[in-house]
Design a protein around this ligand. Sequence first.
Ligand SMILES: Nc1ncnc2c1ncn2[C@@H]1O[C@H](COP(=O)(O)OP(=O)(O)O)[C@@H](O)[C@H]1O
Ligand SMILES: Nc1ccn([C@H]2C[C@H](O)[C@@H](COP(=O)(O)OP(=O)(O)O)O2)c(=O)n1
Length: 233
Amino acid sequence: MSPDAPAPVIVAIDGPSGTGKSSTSRAVAAKLGLSYLDTGAQYRAITWWMLTHGIDVRDAEAVAAAADRPEILSGTDPAEPTITVDGTDASGPIRTQEVTGAVSAVSAVPAVRTRITELQRAIAAGAPTGIVVEGRDIGTTVLPDADLKIFLTASPEARAARRGGELKGSGGRPVDLDATREALLRRDAADAGRKTSPLRKADDAVEVDTTELTLEQVIECVVTLIEEKQQAR
Ligand SMILES: Nc1ncnc2c1ncn2[C@@H]1O[C@H](COP(=O)(O)OP(=O)(O)O)[C@@H](O)[C@H]1O
Ligand SMILES: Nc1ccn([C@H]2C[C@H](O)[C@@H](COP(=O)(O)OP(=O)(O)O)O2)c(=O)n1
């Protein structure tokens, strides 16, 4: 890096499912020329590997014993984020209902979190201009010294409607919004209730309620907050 290059900026974006973390983080990273990391995709990838290797995901000891086995690689270009497991593209399989239903149990296992947290810190440290990292525990545990921490929220109804829109878009049966909402709330409770590194707003995070905001407004808000931080440095 040249002596005049600005120091890399590290942004942590956390919050529950459907609050807009992925879409906001990708767009903000693309606008500002930063790398992008979807940490949920990493937890989904290790969960997919457990399921396809016959590991009982309810057996925390078996999951812990296998946690170091899969090789998980994340591509951090916001224009084309990628994820591979043992060299195989996992971007499709990690979005199935089966993985979504198992990911909270696998990600609650401390050995899994240690493994994935190490990967995340190495990726963040290697990002040349900086990175937007989104997940559940980025501001609290993974990158507690991030330059900016955002915690996104939205009402359960808004989140269910957004997820429902995606499911419909993928061409399935009509979406039951009540069931989608209940499934989201169950996953929130599991993610916020686990012992190790639960979903929680960091004390120094800026909370943004996106219920009444368009995606563009949320992106603009986060870009402004990052630019303010950069100017203050
Ligand atoms: N502020 C918003 N208003 C309306 N729809 C949104 C908003 N933010 C995100 N979305 C849509 O909601 C869905 C879920 O967003 P996503 O970024 O995947 O959330 P998360 O990563 O928090 O689960 C996507 O289809 C996205 O386009
Ligand atoms: N930093 C993170 C990110 C995700 N997880 C776990 C908990 C989440 O329910 C799953 C899936 O996360 P993901 O962000 O893909 O979920 P949604 O896109 O919000 O449905 O992974 C985690 O424990 N810690």
